[in-house]
Ligand binder design. Structure first.
Ligand code: M6R
Length: 631
């Protein structure tokens, strides 16, 4: 990225907001068709439009980083694309930049065809008059391709996306006007897509979406188009979220949006209240570490206006119309599933039958669902395909639905009957950190409100959390403990009750970013199989805080110590920690419901330190994506 910084610094380009570019590079992870990042920019005064496009892509790399490309429409249509990370593309774009007032770009995470130059976006038609970037999967691509090939079109890539420029080309060949050609082409697509297109000779970006996110950033006489707000948040926080089927025609000085049937519409511009600094690396070596350190603020945001002082009433506006359901199903994946396990437990204890399902395994056809069932989709991105699919199934089966999400205007937020935002701010690192912490906090508020069971002690504990997390961040011993166990064969995490989901989360975080073997267990399960893996080369991180059955947990810790495993106890009561502990990491005392948030902070530091010592690409773990929009 040094070149990128130099490239931009040397140029002093004035961009849309009328100020000199300041470059900050965000590392992150992943995206092709479905998990990809789209950027578009329209500005008649842009001196080198490649600059905002490349900068936007650098902020979207978390959606995809195995190839990237840009296209610019000026006198000609110019396309640059390259396999590999963004630096490779930057090397390929000439320093003078292509001239033009509108451009599109893409960063890809492969789903159709390997990450080659040919499969990188933008894709073009036979005559290079049309350039297209796309997120999503075109389910009928094979049929469309066969029909186009039968009509003489030739294809360069293995992607599903390439049918789109050819469909537009076919329309243009029939002398269809450009916007109509775009509309007619996308009307033939089945599947999920966010699409941006340029047509030679037209100073316009044509864009649409269907089940894949696309947002417009509004400036004075300039516009951004992107898959996600952080791509342009530095320059504007005024946004329009496109609805499924809407078509936007974005010109340097004019924006029109039309509905699927072509009728004009004036979508509401919204203001995103994210702090732009929250989307930057802020001096930390990795986004993940920054986001771990963001947690005190993230939790303050989550609580703000909902829980003030312990005696304040709690307001969760989106929940006001909810009746107490007969049963609750959580649907979610990965870290969000771990948060859901915690949420379900709280609700069961408050008398509501509640179950956490892996969204990918949720089958409404095999589970009784009626209008007394509340289905809660927990998803930080609001775009996870498995979770959205489960949510759709639940809606069709007649359930009332709630999305618990971080992203305003995300698909889950728009789809569900009710939404509770976790307000963690943008999370760029692939590993969920502050969003997981905020999910725990949000779900504790959710369950207390739904069951009308708030207590002053829980309110106090929630209010104390930001300060207590800060204490851990300031004084944790976990990082030095982690260094002592580098080179171990595997890491096991065990916990009971509210700490069982945190044990799973600690292991997920460790394996995800360190590439080391790690497993998490409800501690009582060890003796039913996993104990055979335990040796003196497998440290066991045991969670020992209020809320779990101490006698049973003590037994489980002794079981692993007896097999020679080094034992690290994370505890709020060092005085009562089992005597077999080799190392003790102390977290502040709190309410049993809030304890998992503190314990988890320690586990995040443990995973981060090991990954850092091993030199792993922490913000971009191999094979992973931030937004998993494939099933
Ligand atoms: O955006 P979501 O919360 O729906 O994402 C779900 C999982 O993909 C996500 O939590 C994943 O497990 C994280 N990378 C874990 O750190």
């Amino acid at each position: 990225m040094a070149f990128f910084r130099r490239y931009c610094r040397n140029r002093n380009y004035v961009t849309g907001p009328g100020r000199v570019y300041e470059f900050f590079i965000r590392g992150h992870n992943a995206g092709e068709s479905l998990m990809c990042g789209i950027i578009g920019y329209a500005n008649a005064d842009a001196r080198n439009i490649a600059v905002p496009l490349l900068e936007g892509l650098s902020r979207l790399e978390y959606r995809g980083y195995d190839s990237a490309g840009i296209a610019v429409s000026g006198t000609d249509l110019t396309v640059y694309k390259h396999s590999g990370e963004l630096e490779m593309l930057i090397e390929r774009v000439p320093e003078s930049g292509p001239s033009g007032a509108v451009g599109i770009g893409h960063t890809r995470w492969s789903t159709h065809g390997p990450p080659t130059d040919e499969n990188a976006h933008p894709h073009t038609d036979c005559t290079d008059r049309v350039a297209v970037v796309h997120n999503g999967i075109i389910e009928n691509a094979r049929g469309l391709r066969r029909a186009l090939e039968a009509n003489g079109h030739t294809f360069d890539s293995q992607t599903d996306t390439e049918v789109i420029p050819h469909l537009i080309e076919a329309e243009l060949d029939r002398s269809t006007a450009p916007e109509t050609a775009f509309r007619n082409a996308v009307s033939q697509l089945e599947g999920s897509y966010a699409v941006g297109a340029l047509i030679e000779g037209e100073a316009a970006i044509y864009a649409t979406r269907h089940r894949s996110p696309l947002v417009l950033g509004l400036g004075d006489e300039w516009y951004y188009l992107a898959s996600d707000v952080p791509a342009f948040l530095e320059y504007t926080n005024r946004v329009i979220y496109l609805e499924d089927g809407q078509v936007a025609t974005i010109r340097p000085n004019a924006l029109t949006v039309t509905n699927e049937d072509g009728s004009p519409t004036q979508p509401l511009a919204e203001t995103v209240d994210w702090d732009t600094n929250a989307a930057k690396k802020g001096g930390y070596p990795h986004y993940m570490l920054k986001e771990i350190y963001d947690q005190p603020t993230a939790i303050e945001w989550c609580l703000r206006g909902r829980v003030g002082t312990p005696t304040d009433s709690v307001a969760i506006r989106s929940m006001e119309p909810l009746d107490r359901p007969e049963q609750i199903h959580f649907v979610s994946c990965g870290s969000s599933h771990h948060a859901s396990l915690y949420g379900a437990q709280l609700l069961r204890e408050r008398g509501i039958p509640a179950y956490a399902f892996l969204a990918s395994e949720y089958d409404p056809g095999s589970i009784p669902i009626d209008d007394g069932t509340l289905v809660v989709a927990v998803t930080q991105s609001g775009e996870t395909a498995d979770t959205l699919y489960a949510l759709s199934g639940a809606m069709e089966a007649g359930a009332t639905t709630v999305a618990v999400t971080n992203v305003v205007g995300s698909t889950a937020a728009r789809k569900a009957d009710h939404t509770m935002y976790i307000r963690a701010g943008p999370e760029v690192g692939v590993a969920a950190t502050k969003t997981f912490a905020s999910q725990l906090v949000a779900l504790s508020m959710f369950s207390s409100t739904l069951t009308d069971s708030w207590t002053p002690s829980l309110k106090q504990a929630l209010c104390d959390l930001p300060g207590q997390i800060q204490q851990i961040l300031d004084k944790s011993t976990m990082e030095s403990i982690a260094t002592d166990f580098l080179g171990s064969d595997a890491f096991f995490f065990i916990g009971r009750s509210y700490n069982a989901p945190v044990a799973l989360e600690g292991a997920l975080k460790t394996k995800e970013i360190t590439y080391e073997h790690a497993e998490g267990f409800a501690a009582g399960e060890l003796k039913h199989g996993p104990l055979s893996l335990v040796t003196d080369e497998t440290p066991v991180i045991a969670l020992w805080t209020a809320g779990a059955d101490p006698a049973a947990m003590r037994t489980n810790i002794r079981e692993v110590a007896a097999r020679g495993a080094p034992v690290v106890v994370v505890t709020d009561s060092p005085g009562s920690a089992p005597e077999v502990a080799d190392r003790i990491d102390v977290v502040p005392k709190t309410h049993p419901w809030t304890s998992p948030v503190l314990v988890n902070t320690s586990l995040q530091l443990f995973a981060y330190r090991i990954a850092s010592a091993l030199g792993r690409p922490i913000d971009k773990p191999r094979n992973l994506a931030k937004s998993v929009t494939v099933r």
